[in-house]
Structures are given as C-alpha cells and as structure tokens.
Design a protein around this ligand. Structure first.
Ligand SMILES: Cc1cc2nc3c(=O)[nH]c(=O)nc-3n(C[C@H](O)[C@H](O)[C@H](O)COP(=O)(O)O)c2cc1C
Length: 193
C-alpha cells in the first residue's frame, strides 16, 4: 500500500462539527515523524506553554527532561519502550514528562491531572507551530528513571515524541496500517443538566 502524508492527514484529522481554534482541529498523534531538527525557538515556545498551565493550588507539579535525536540519551529512552513503540525512533525530540507526587512532603492529589493539562498546552502550542506529537505511556519508567538519573522527586509518566510529520511514502508497513485508520471520537460526552 502506498499513501502520501497529505492523505494520512486527511484520514486522521477530525471532522470538526463546530468552530474550533486551529491547533485543536488539526491535532492528531502520528506514528511517523521527520527527524529534521526542531528550531530552539520552537522548543522554547512549547515549554513556555507548558509552564503557564493551570494547576491545583498553583503547585505546578511538573518537570520536563528533553533530548534531540542525536545522542545517547535518545537511545536510552527508546530502550525503555516495548517494540510496539519503536515508531518513536523517527521523532526529532523526546520529552520525558514527569509529575511531582509530593509538594513540601505532602501528597498533591492533583499532580497527575495537572501534568496532563501542562502536556496538552505543550502539544497544542507545538501543533500551532506546525509540529506534531504522540504520547507514550507504555514505557518502563523505572528503567527510564535509573538510566537518565532523574531527580528522585520526579516521576516520569509519559514520553512525548515530537517533530514534523514524516513522509508516509517511506513509513514501515505496520505503522502505515495503523495510521491509515480513521480516528473515531465519541460524540455523546455531554448532558445539559
Ligand atoms: C496517557 C497516554 C498514553 C499513551 N500511550 C501510548 C503508547 O504507549 N503508544 C502509542 O503509540 N500511543 C500512545 N498514546 C497515544 C494515544 O493512543 C492517542 O492519543 C489516541 O489513540 C488518540 O489519538 P489522537 O491523539 O490522534 O487523537 C497515549 C496517549 C496518552 C494520552
């Protein structure tokens, strides 16, 4: 099967029923990236978006470790994935998104929720600048923490793969199969009460 990147975008992008800001309408999570370098100013912008996210008590219980695809750290992160996530090798940047489960010795019950809000801000800012992301939860986080020597108070939760969308005429068949399926979303998620 041969299919172009533009065709993948057409299949994966949502049919938007009501007006939305563009990055939300455009966003989806591809499994194939272009490994080209992401400019520093884009990296700065996406982390600025993450920094400004809302959080319970304004605790901001998040921390991001990131690397480009050029060195040992990138390989170390990939080694923590099961084979099903090897598509991430094509990413330009990998971000290890961590939450801080305790603040001043007390459990922060909002920490994971807040990390999600911060990651989503980051992803939407990236999308606005023309870069796609896919998150990876299926990862050996214990190994990741050891290999990267992360701060003991930082709990890795997802890795975010980031980059320009790749050339799907060169993608591995297994990912082409997955990414050429429509991206169905539920429609009945609200009730006016
Ligand atoms: C917390 C979380 C964990 C995820 N883990 C994985 C993963 O391990 N591997 C993967 O390929 N995708 C993973 N994803 C991506 C989801 O499968 C994807 O977001 C979902 O299928 C919806 O597709 P969309 O983002 O294109 O709308 C994860 C997403 C989230 C939010």
């Amino acid at each position: 099967m041969k299919i172009t990147t533009q065709e993948i975008i057409k299949i994966r992008k949502q049919q938007v029923r009501y007006p939305l800001i563009q990055p939300i309408a455009d966003r989806f999570s591809p499994r194939h990236f272009s490994s080209e370098k992401i400019p520093n100013k884009v990296i700065d912008s996406i982390f600025e978006a993450a920094r400004l996210a809302p959080s319970g008590h304004n605790y901001q219980p998040w921390f991001f470790y990131w690397t480009r695809n050029t060195g040992r750290t990138f390989e170390k992160i990939i080694s923590c994935f099961p084979q099903s996530n090897y598509w991430a090798k094509t990413a330009s940047v990998l971000i290890v998104a961590c939450y801080l489960p305790t603040i001043d010795g007390k459990r922060d019950k909002y920490a994971l929720y807040d990390l999600g809000a911060s990651v989503m801000s980051l992803i939407l800012q990236a999308q606005h600048l023309g870069f796609y992301a896919r998150q990876i939860g299926n990862c050996d986080t214990k190994k990741l923490k050891e290999l990267l020597n992360l701060n003991k108070d930082h709990k890795p939760f997802v890795v975010v793969a980031l980059g320009k969308i790749g050339d799907y005429s060169k993608v591995e068949e297994i990912y082409l199969k997955k990414d050429s399926q429509p991206n169905i979303k539920k429609t009945d998620i609200t009730k006016n009460i």
